[in-house]
Write a protein that binds this ligand. Sequence first.
Ligand SMILES: *Cc1c(COP(=O)(O)O)cnc(C)c1O
Length: 435
Amino acid sequence: MNHTDCWVQWDKRHSWHPFTQMKAWCSPDHEPLVLVEGQGAILKDSRGRKYIDGNSSIWTNIHGHAHPRIIEAMRKQLDAVAHVSFLGSTNAPAAELSSRLAALFPEEKLPRVFFSDDGSTAIEVALKMATQFWQLQGQPQRCGLIAFHGAYHGDTFGASSLGGIPLFTERFHRFHFPVEHIGSLEELAALPSFLRSEIAAVIIEPLIQGPAGIRLWPPGMLAALRKLCDSNGTLLILDEVLTGFGRTGTLFACEQEKVVPDFLALAKGLTGGFLPLAATLTTDRIFDAFLGEFEEQKTLYYGHSYTGNALACAAALASLDIFREEHVLEKLQPRIAVLRKLLDALRAIPHVSDIRQCGFMAGIEVRPSSQTPYPWQAQTGSRICAAARAYGLLTRPIKDTLILIPPLCTTEEQLTMAVDALRKAIIEICGNKYV
Ligand SMILES: *Cc1c(COP(=O)(O)O)cnc(C)c1O
């Protein structure tokens, strides 16, 4: 048996994959992709086939795979120490990373950094800080939480309580804590004032809702939300787990509307996509409320075993160095324009009903001519992405929206190839004319 067969056999026998119907996965005619190597925006499988990493390895990778600077920083840290406890001690890369992250905001408006492991835990941290903050302020009635329809903030119970995608949350509904879901700012403003005064925090994915299918908020919405929160005394949590680290064209999405939140959740791209690491940034106002004598019991009792992991923090520091020294955001701007042009050309093919782009992220929605969606059971989006694989592009759909979120290092030529693969795959699966 060759290696691939061996890995596939182990996997099918013992692994359980996320968001995956394992019956189809384990069936004899499904050949799982075994990815063995990466270089820049390219991934290689165990049979030697190469692909463009069209969704940045589920939205994590930023500067490409095997980036030499991140590897070097991690090697150096590995030789020193991989992990030590952040409970009772600190370590050099974590301490430096908190100061570097804080410095990314003008006048150190978000000077405190709490590390955790992934997007979901970064959100959990913000939720616990927000609710404890109001208790410490003597306002325990301020415990309401507002999230948006279509929102996605992670899969742990706290984070999924905030979720607004019924497919992911419905089954667990009776175990979720109460969250008011709204569709627009108008709905928030229309809440009776006694309700608004009991809101602890509002949470939103700024500029775009990713997992809802790359849905763009109207321009100005984020700034208006900040104003509304301020007028109600409500805390604002921004989930930049996806939008952070250049995806929208700026380092953080919130910069585009000059908004500073009370909590900023970062994860996916924080280490450049090399290791799991998350950070929840917050203000002095929040932090100071937790200060007191031991007996006052104001301490935040929260943490994980790998909080402040030194190896992951070293990777994150290297990723920030790359942004600065390799002028990543400057070089990205012309390629955002190239992506826009390539996508515009896609609009002409039948069955492409909508294309939504935000910076270096895009969603291409397919529908039959009638404009009503394909039946969901047909898994049209999945079949198109499977077809695109044969043309050298790896990505996944959200329902019938094909997602293109490549690493920021993706070249013009690779972008052209990626969009071309999608074009061929759409025509292959949907046909090249309307029926
Ligand atoms: C991925 C994601 C999360 C959850 O992050 P995990 O690392 O998967 O726990 C939360 N919010 C948004 C917007 C995301 O895209």
